[in-house]
Every structure is written in structure tokens, then in C-alpha cells.
Design a protein around this ligand. Sequence first.
Ligand code: HEM
Ligand code: HEM
Length: 204
Amino acid sequence: MSRQTTASIWDRPQGYGLVSRTLHWLMAALFAVQFLSAILHFIDRELPLARTVWGLHYTLGFTLLVLVVLRAIWGVLNLRTRPPHGHGLVGLAALGGHVALYALMIFVPAVALLRAYGGGRGFAVFGFPIFQPGTRDEALMEPAHLLHGPAGWVLLALVVGHVLMVFVHKHVWREDILGRMTRGRQDDASVSGPASTGRAIEQN
Ligand code: HEM
Ligand code: HEM
């Protein structure tokens, strides 16, 4: 059985291409820091470590928003050739889980940026002004006051569920789902149907 890594930039039914894999793991690493900053902020925002890591929260959050938009565009371009989600309820749950991850990866930072805009104090990332100081508008700030933190925690819960499901695939159902996202190929299953349709997988 081959354990080769796939160098294609495009996604294929057997596994994700270089672009999708790079974006997935880069963003997973940045999300780890982002959630660490939120957890420390929640526990005790005055801790020296909490203050240091919180210093990255806005910049990292903005960077993640830019990356998820690029990732979503790339995902749409590759939609027809991406690895399939599988059949039945489990497949539907996997698809729903991924859609929910995308929705929250966009909603959580977007609503915070709207609040920063409404705050009227301007916003800069890496020294580049994203928006200039302006007038304060409470209505633009309210959605984030209500939802930014709670939706951020729901996103964290979904990520934990997502990672647990990878373990379930591997150790309970004996499917090498992880290989799709690491080597770019799933070695324990063959893909039926023409590659361009990205349809069902047959388990060994
Ligand atoms: C995907 C990116 C982001 C995630 C996952 C995230 C997550 C979180 C979480 C879980 C909290 C709650 C922390 C607590 O209860 O102490 C929080 C708070 C906060 N975040 Fe973010 N955040 C992101 C992006 C941003 C961005 C882009 C900004 C600013 C433009 C921002 C500004 C804030 C502020 C001011 C708070 C404290 C007030 C509040 O809880 O709403 N965040 N964030
Ligand atoms: C240790 C951490 C992680 C592991 C082991 C992991 C593993 C995987 C694997 C194996 C897949 C392919 C699943 C399939 O083809 O059905 C995948 C896809 C995906 N993962 Fe993760 N993941 C991790 C962290 C994250 C994080 C932090 C996020 C987002 C906040 C995320 C979002 C996604 C999304 C949206 C997909 C669908 C494919 C795509 O559009 O990129 N993952 N992940």
C-alpha cells in the first residue's frame, strides 16, 4: 500500500490538494493561539500571559477572517472534486459540521470587526489601517456584545467535536480520513464513479 504524499494543488476525491491542506493546518495552528487567548482572557484577563496572548487576538482574528474567505473561495472552486462526505446520516452530519464550521469561522470575526467599526476608534492590523476613526454607532456594536463570545465558544465546541470524529473514523470505523488532509490521499478506500463527480467511497 502506498503512503505517498500527493503534490497536486487541486482537491481530488481521494484527498485534499496542497492549497486546501496548507490552509487547513495553517488556520488550525492560528485557531489554537486564538482560542488560547480567549480561554486565558476568560479565566483571568489580568494574568501576564493572558495579556500577552490577548495582544494577538484582534490581529489574528482579522487574519483568520481573510484566510477563511480565501479558503471558502478555493473550496467552491474545488467543490466537484473534493473528497465525498459519505452516505446516509453520518455523511449528512459531516457535511453539516463542515458548513457550520465555515459559518462560524466567518461570523465570529466578522461581527467583532463590525463592533470595532461601530466603536469609531478606527482599526489597524500590522500597522495597516483597515478603517479610519469615525463616529460611534451603538447599533453596529450590539451584535458582537451579544454574540461574539458565545458564538466563539460554540466554534470551539464544534472544533473539539470535529477532531473527535477524526479519531472515531480512524479507531472505530477504521477509515483513514486523516490521510486526506495530511498526505492528500486516503489509502484505505477507493473512490467509485468518475473523479469529477466526487461521489461515494467504498470501504474495505
Ligand atoms: C475567528 C476569530 C475569533 C475567535 C474564534 C474569537 C473568539 C473569542 C471568544 C471565545 C471570546 C470570549 C472571551 C471571554 O469570554 O473572555 C472573545 C472575546 C473578544 N473578542 Fe474575539 N474572536 C475572534 C476574532 C476577534 C476579532 C477579529 C476581534 C476584534 C476586531 C475580536 C475582539 C474580541 C473582544 C473585544 C472580546 C471581548 C468582548 C467579548 O467577549 O465580546 N475577536 N473572542
Ligand atoms: C488537530 C486538529 C484538527 C484535525 C486533526 C483535523 C482533521 C481534519 C480532517 C482529517 C479533515 C478531512 C475530513 C473529510 O475529508 O471528511 C478535515 C477537514 C476540515 N477541517 Fe479539520 N482538523 C483539525 C482542526 C480544524 C480546525 C481548528 C478547523 C476550523 C476551525 C477545521 C475545519 C475543517 C473544515 C472546514 C474541514 C472541511 C475541509 C475544508 O474545507 O478544509 N479543522 N479536518
